[in-house]
Write a protein that binds this ligand. Structure first.
Ligand code: ZN
Length: 272
């Protein structure tokens, strides 16, 4: 069952939003699909990955169509620079537009936090886990990119810790969402990945399932949820989209499913 809400813009772009977040009236949330947009194969069609080998003019046009549909300002978008690490950037007014219209000095950053209204934060994905966070009391938002490495590093938990330190966030107030990404149905990994998880997680049983032959099915959604709960996010406040990118390749980009050459979907969030 999909726990995100599906939308279609006037121009036919499909994206999802997070019902719990939307209900607060504080934020706009979006996770895009591959449907709509102008990119050609293998980036068809709504590719938002600036670092892919797709034509830049097509990527920009895709952003233009999307921002028009979402009624957000393309010129204000602020991008991360994802390197599968755990560096976190607090985005301020002076960062507005660092992405498409301005040269960016946001380097090696996998998570963005802001408490400034009308700054659309952007992170991009094709199998990795998008984590959305909202502190509705202090009006603070965050996006974090968690592939398996970011999940091992507990980047979501670290972002919440940063929100606590910087904005006096109480984790018990926070809403969290885990967006479309590769599910345990499809994400087979080997011993090397599991040994990295063993370093940072005490109990792997809830999210690692042995297949024999040193192969494992890994549930990144559950691992990220556990890390968020460790810092006090309440289970009832965590929404898991349940959308597997690899199972839904007609609608979503999947790096593994498309054998490494594919487009990127974007998580976008701004405080209204
Ligand atoms: Zn799947």
């Amino acid at each position: 069952m999909n726990n995100f809400l599906k939308h279609k813009t006037d121009k036919g772009l499909i994206y999802y939003s997070i019902p719990n977040f939307d209900k607060t009236g504080i934020v706009k949330t979006c996770f895009t699909s591959r449907v709509g947009g102008v990119s050609r194969k293998p980036y068809n069609a709504l590719n938002l990955g600036m670092n892919t080998d797709d034509l830049r003019e097509n990527i920009i046009e895709n952003f233009r169509l999307l921002c028009e549909g979402l009624e957000i300002s393309m010129n204000d978008l602020v991008f991360s620079d994802q390197v599968h690490g755990d560096h976190i950037k607090i985005v301020k007014e002076e960062d507005i537009g660092k992405g498409i219209i301005r040269e960016s000095d946001i380097i090696g950053v996998d998570a963005l936090i802001t408490n400034v209204k009308k700054i659309p934060l952007v992170t991009v994905y094709a199998d990795c886990v998008p984590i959305f966070l909202l502190d509705p009391v202090n009006k603070v938002i965050a996006l974090a990119h968690a592939g398996w490495r970011g999940t091992v590093l507990k980047i979501g938990k670290k972002v919440v810790r940063k929100m606590v330190e910087t904005f006096q966030t109480n984790p018990k107030d926070c809403l969290a969402a885990i967006g479309p990404s590769i599910g345990k149905c499809c994400y087979e990994v080997d011993e090397g990945v599991i040994s990295e998880f063993n370093k940072n997680f005490t109990n792997l049983d809830p999210f690692v399932f042995s297949k024999g032959n040193s192969k494992y099915m890994l549930d990144l959604w559950q691992a990220n949820k556990m890390a968020l709960e460790e810092i006090g996010i309440l289970e009832r406040n965590i929404t898991i989209s349940n959308l597997c990118t690899m199972c839904n390749r007609d609608v979503l980009f999947s790096h593994r499913g498309d054998e490494g050459i594919t487009g990127r979907m974007a998580a976008i969030m701004e405080i209204r």
